[in-house]
Design a protein around this ligand. Structure first.
Ligand SMILES: [Mg+2]
Length: 172
């Protein structure tokens, strides 16, 4: 089933490929960031290659950032500290939009001036579209090591939507 609510507006291979020009072109001043498989390899505290430098690069251009994660505080807080991201929302319950609104409030920006960046259509992108933030999809860093069966099903469900996204892009 193709549902536009899951559809990203932009797609990148990695967060590190998102330039400050891209961010300005999206019409936003800040990024809400998923952590697992977007910034950090799942089940680890290891950032994807280049993530720390990328965060410094966008911050120095005045782009604000906050983490919005469904993970528990025990995971989110150490990641936020490690990456020096001041604002974070844990147990966000994406695809519910509440966590995105809370993060927007912390950043002092209206939700439409923010992009939600994440690697899952049915949580991150649905939350972005529901909240009214710009939906930015990044390809996952690797196959999930935990909840393999759950994630395999979720990833299979994403394939058709991503094919549709690519088809529309080439039509433009
Ligand atoms: Mg994720």
């Amino acid at each position: 089933m193709l549902d536009d609510r899951y559809m990203p507006k932009y797609r990148f291979k990695s967060v590190c490929d998102i330039t400050t020009d891209d961010i300005r072109a999206m019409g936003v001043d800040g990024l809400l960031l998923d952590i697992d498989n977007t910034l950090i390899y799942d089940e680890t505290l290891r950032p994807l290659p280049g993530v720390k430098e990328w965060l410094e690069y966008i911050s120095s251009a005045g782009i604000k950032t906050a983490i919005v994660s469904n993970a528990i505080p025990l995971r989110v807080i150490p990641v936020a500290k490690k990456l020096k991201i001041k604002y974070y929302i844990y147990s966000a319950k994406k695809p519910r939009p509440d966590g995105l609104f809370k993060a927007a409030e912390k950043l002092g920006l209206p939700i439409e001036r923010l992009a939600m960046v994440g690697d899952q259509l049915k949580t991150d992108m649905l939350a972005a579209n529901t909240a009214g933030a710009v939906a930015v999809f990044t390809d996952r860093a690797r196959d999930e090591k935990i909840f393999r069966f759950y994630f395999k099903k979720a990833r299979d469900g994403e394939k058709e939507l991503l094919q549709e996204f690519e088809r529309r892009k080439t039509e433009k």
